[in-house]
Design a protein around this ligand. Structure first.
Ligand SMILES: *Cc1c(COP(=O)(O)O)cnc(C)c1O
Length: 372
């Protein structure tokens, strides 16, 4: 079976360096917020082109803490996109704020700035832009809108570590950039991890306090905080892997180019990178009117695929009927059609050829065309 994603292959590819990093931490006697976390924060900020990085427990808490550190909480509305990992929406409520959900942009999978603008009220304080699947959202429109309406702009970069928008890294453009190091993400730990990047030292100081009980330097709680620390072990593993992230993302882009070339004749809508962006293909998502039959066919051929996501947040029981939304015609159209093909840096061309052959052997009906 060729899996849809493969964190074990990623471990094997970096095994020697990861095991050395783990041994170093075990021997050091420092297991929480020590030199590995501090060094990773410096190195990851340097990579992203921000002055600050604060390591936290996971991507969901990165978003929640960013909102809180920006002063967004009870009574405040935060507009984000319904077509995302549900973590994005959960984080807004964990911060005590009210999520409001917008549709995706025409022809893409990321948030529609015009739909955001239509949902702004006097209570709106923030926008979370999700760079979904590794494709940067329309930052030009989102930055302009945030400035014009005085909103804080938070980038959810969980699926897009290393992606570029007009030469700038995602996570360096909004008020805060939030990352997840869940094992399957482009930069994955071997457990949970997350980070918030920003260019504001005071904001970073609030994040550092909030991740550990609201403490100041004397362990006196100045803010009502919690525990959202990044482990030394995970930080050391991330440091071992960070130098290889650009190479891994290039391999993902190479595989995406091979898919695009080999699948071009089929009635599938293929992903495309927007102009002036570098898509990092966390997922390679195609759209097809016969999605469910195609998924079953691939399964029968030993090819794993997955759906990201089977239900948009506004239709999940936890949120349905309770959360304010705009119209969702594009999201409703794509949700039954999307399919994520195998995509990970260690996917060999031979295995990818098997995926392509399995796709080519599917009996597409004429109705499958016009996949858009
Ligand atoms: C993975 C993910 C998150 C949450 O990250 P965790 O580390 O799993 O908490 C948030 N947003 C998006 C878009 C994600 O893909």
């Amino acid at each position: 079976m060729i899996p849809a994603s493969n964190p074990q292959a990623q471990f094997q590819a970096h095994k020697t360096r990861i095991e050395a990093a783990i041994a170093r931490v075990l021997a050091s006697g420092r297991y929480i917020l020590g030199p590995e976390v501090a060094a990773f924060e410096r190195e990851f900020a340097g990579y992203c082109g921000t002055s600050e990085c604060v390591g936290v427990a996971n991507g969901t808490e990165a978003l929640m803490l960013a909102l809180r550190a920006l002063g967004i909480g009870p009574g405040d509305e935060v507009i984000t996109v319904s077509h995302t990992a549900v973590a994005t929406v959960a984080a807004v409520e964990l911060a005590g704020a009210v999520p409001v959900l917008a549709d995706v942009a025409e022809g893409g999978y990321c948030i529609d700035p015009a739909a955001v603008e239509a949902l702004v009220t006097p209570r709106t304080r923030g926008v979370i832009a999700v760079h979904l699947y590794g494709q940067p959202a329309d930052m030009e429109a989102l930055l302009a809108l945030s400035r014009r309406r005085n909103l804080r702009l938070i980038e959810d970069c969980a699926q897009a570590t290393g992606a570029l928008w007009r030469g700038r890294r995602v996570g360096s453009m909004g008020d805060a950039g939030c990352f997840s190091f869940y094992p399957t993400k482009n930069l994955g730990a071997l457990g949970d991890g997350g980070a918030v990047c920003c260019n504001d030292a005071a904001l970073a100081a609030r994040l550092r306090a909030l991740r550990e009980y609201g403490w100041d330097a004397h362990r006196s709680s100045q803010l009502p905080g919690g525990n959202s620390r990044l482990d030394e072990l995970q930080a050391a593993i991330l440091r071992a892997k960070l130098p290889f992230l650009d190479g891994d993302n290039e391999r993902r882009a190479g595989l995406a180019a091979r898919y695009a070339e080999q699948l071009a004749g089929l009635p599938l809508q293929l992903p495309r990178a927007d102009a002036d962006t570098r898509h990092v293909y966390h997922l390679y998502v195609v759209a097809c009117a016969q999605r469910d039959a195609l998924l079953a066919h691939l399964q029968g051929q030993g090819v794993g695929s997955a759906i990201h996501y089977p239900l948009p947040a506004h239709r999940q029981p936890a949120y349905a009927g309770r959360v304010r939304t705009g119209g969702m015609p594009r999201t409703e159209h794509l949700v039954g059609r999307i399919l994520s093909l195998p995509m990970y840096p260690e996917l060999g061309e031979g295995d990818q050829d098997r995926v392509i052959a399995a796709l080519r052997s599917f009996p597409f009906s004429a109705a499958g065309a016009g996949a858009g």
